[in-house]
Design a protein around this ligand. Structure first.
Ligand code: 5GP
Ligand code: ZN
Length: 203
């Protein structure tokens, strides 16, 4: 079977039966069903704790796995069910992760979050990515947090974040133009597309 076909088949199969209940949940020596040699990634880092989890050299309470990602409980959770989706390959942050890998990680969010919410009796969750030190990233193997939320859980509320109403002034227009220009030159490739008027809804 072609690798791409094998991957698709494995994802479909994992959705039908994500983890056999008999399979190891806490698995210090073989967190994944595949051995290091058949993990389809060759860039695992010796000192990265998440790479160690992938290799089976560190323990984790695993919730889900497929050929591209694994998901396990955070060992210092913000709320019960707080879990992390990580790719099997080592990429230090979200911006350094290929879009196809980001897509694979994100595509698991509805499936895993529904299960986590049902299991924890919540009907809400926050999806969180800390990208970079200033955003609070401490583990430099890209990951997505799923954090189940409940009424009055005393975590953060969107309204509690300090905000300033956006002013439609020169500074805002300059910022928008600057970002649009950066988008056109991301990775040195000018996309050459017309992205439409800066201020939409104006006449
Ligand atoms: P960051 O701030 O980098 O987005 O979050 C890293 C997350 O990884 C934290 O929530 C932290 O609790 C979790 N974490 C760090 N080390 C381990 C570990 O060895 N095992 C597990 N399961 N989670 C970890
Ligand atoms: Zn890693």
């Amino acid at each position: 079977m072609e690798p791409a076909q094998r991957r698709r088949f494995s994802i479909i199969a994992s959705h039908l039966r994500p983890l056999a209940l008999s399979s190891s949940i806490l698995s210090p020596s073989h967190c994944t069903s595949s051995s290091d040699s058949d993990n389809n990634c060759s860039n695992l880092e010796a000192d990265c704790i998440f790479c160690k989890i992938i290799r089976g050299d560190a323990p984790a309470l695993k919730l889900y796995e497929d050929d591209e990602c694994i998901c396990f409980l955070d060992n210092n959770p913000v709320s019960p069910g707080h879990c992390l989706i990580i790719p099997r390959c080592h990429f230090p942050s979200l911006v350094s992760t290929p879009p196809s890998v980001v897509a694979a990680m994100c595509s698991k969010v509805p499936y895993i979050s529904k299960a986590v919410m049902k299991a924890t009796g919540s009907d809400s969750f926050n999806l969180l990515v800390n990208n970079g030190v200033d955003a609070g990233q401490v583990i430099f193997h890209t990951h997505i947090h799923i954090i189940p939320r409940r009424a009055q859980d005393c975590l953060w509320a969107s309204e509690s974040l300090k905000r300033q109403p956006l002013k439609l002034d020169q500074e805002a227009l300059h910022l928008v133009n600057n970002i649009r220009q950066q988008l056109s030159f991301v990775d040195g490739l000018e996309d050459g597309k017309d992205h439409g008027p800066t201020l939409i809804g104006s006449h």
